[in-house]
Design a protein around this ligand. Structure first.
Ligand code: 13P
Length: 248
């Protein structure tokens, strides 16, 4: 049985004070649960939020990670730096990074490796644009996104990684993939991995992201290959994020 996981991606939102309050609000409402939960916060809020989450069930992650380990890479944040603030997770290849900041399949794979070198679990984000979906290229796009990582890190690296399927057309648009649409792609991803390693495929957590909210989370999470969610907008409010978490 796979453990469920719900991750909040705060993106570039909030203030230091609101970040602290949000983390505290989430911790206060966790209750007893078998599922895992984490928040990916803006870099500069990591020191404060890492203090708040210490000793709690709420895990911590970053929204990106450098593709190199150290050196003259102005503006980048390395895996070892993130480790100092107890980051357990790092998002890699979020579609906003891919589309606005030039992340490529290859640079995403390098970030993924950097995270694993420091024992940080990469959350590899994959997904197609609306245009790619309409051209029937969804599976091909996902193959390429997964292959770049498999080629660099090997299939066994998925022993310690999470995959997030985030259809770009569903992110921040209010247009969620239907339960069946999401399940179809999640199943595809699991089969793709199973063709290389069945044990890893059975074990790996695949999260859904894209306009997930309290109203639709239960249906999505009930799908056999959906192991949790990567939540954007709805994770900025403790109550709605907790509702999503508790619906798992
Ligand atoms: P929304 O939940 O705001 O659509 O964002 C999803 C996302 O991009 C999470 O990484």
């Amino acid at each position: 049985m796979r453990r469920s996981l719900v991750v909040g991606n705060w993106k570039m939102n909030g203030t230091l004070a609101s970040a602290e309050m949000l983390a505290k609000g989430i911790i206060a409402g966790l209750g007893a649960s078998d599922a895992d939960i984490a928040v990916c916060v803006p870099y500069v809020y990591l020191p404060r939020v890492s203090e708040v989450v210490k000793g709690s069930q709420l895990g911590l992650g970053s929204q990106n990670i450098a593709d190199k380990s150290s050196g003259a890479f102005t503006g980048e944040i390395s895996a070892s730096m993130l480790k100092e603030f107890d980051c357990q997770y790092a998002l890699v290849g979020h579609s906003e990074r891919r589309s606005y900041y030039g992340d490529t399949n290859e640079s995403v794979a390098a970030r993924y490796c950097q995270a694993q070198e420091q024992n940080i679990t990469p959350i590899l984000c994959v997904g197609e644009t609306l245009e790619q979906r309409e051209l029937d290229q969804t599976f091909q796009v996902i193959n390429e996104q997964l292959d770049a990582v498999i080629n660099l890190a090997g299939i066994s690296s998925f022993n310690k990684a999470v995959i997030a399927y985030e259809p770009v057309w569903a992110i921040g648009t209010g247009k969620t993939a239907s339960d069946e649409q999401a399940q179809e792609v999640h199943h595809y991803i699991r089969q793709y991995i199973a063709a290389k390693d069945q044990t890893i495929a059975d074990k790996i957590q695949i999260l859904y992201g894209g306009s997930a909210k309290p109203e639709n989370a239960q249906g999505l999470f009930a799908m056999p290959d959906i192991d949790g969610g990567l939540i954007g907008g709805a994770s900025l409010d403790a109550e709605s994020f907790l509702k999503i978490f508790h619906s798992i």
